[in-house]
Design a protein around this ligand. Sequence first.
Ligand code: ZN
Length: 231
Amino acid sequence: MALPRKRRPGFILLFGSRNIISDENTPPVQTTCPRCGQPAQIVGRTYRTWFTIFFLPVFPMSGSRRFSQCSLCHAQFPVPVEDLRRGLANNEQQQNQQAITLYNSLRASPANSITLNQLMLMYASMNEYAQAISAANDFPEALAASEQCMSTLGRVYLANEQRPQAIEWFDKALARNSSLGEAHYYKAVAHLTNTPPDYGAAVASARQARNANFANADALLREAETKDRGE
Ligand SMILES: [Zn+2]
């Protein structure tokens, strides 16, 4: 009978590498995260690759690399947080300048619906919903002449979570043009998200949006129908 072979005491060094992430002292940027779409803090962070023995970092193998990270969804963006801040500030300044130009052009021709629509869309893209609404109030002639402006105003109210006002403006837009798919679509969204929601009305509006071939109306209709059935 063979004797069980004696195992020699072994000693294995486990080498490896590991990325170590650390927070930066730079203040975070408050903005809408491009990944999750939520208003979030984007924080500055750095990472460095370390040489490890037994999983313990011994010395750094790379310089620090900086990135920024959404504090809600943790998406990482390969830019230092100050670059992000500077980019946002520049963008905001440009948009403000453009808004002033549009405003001045509307003062010169207050019935120009196309300009009013652009101005509202610009404010909405900056999340300045109150500004978009006051622009609509300032140029009632341009608003009254265009179902597109009415529908845009409805979308602004919807984004600002003022759903009854949103529905009112979608209805005004549809009174001028009953085949405006956008107004049907967002009216369905308003009914779906209203408190309390009105699933039956959402189904009817989503169906009209689909008949007008509005993008994604099919998916919205299916969702509204599912909710209407109480599933
Ligand atoms: Zn995010």
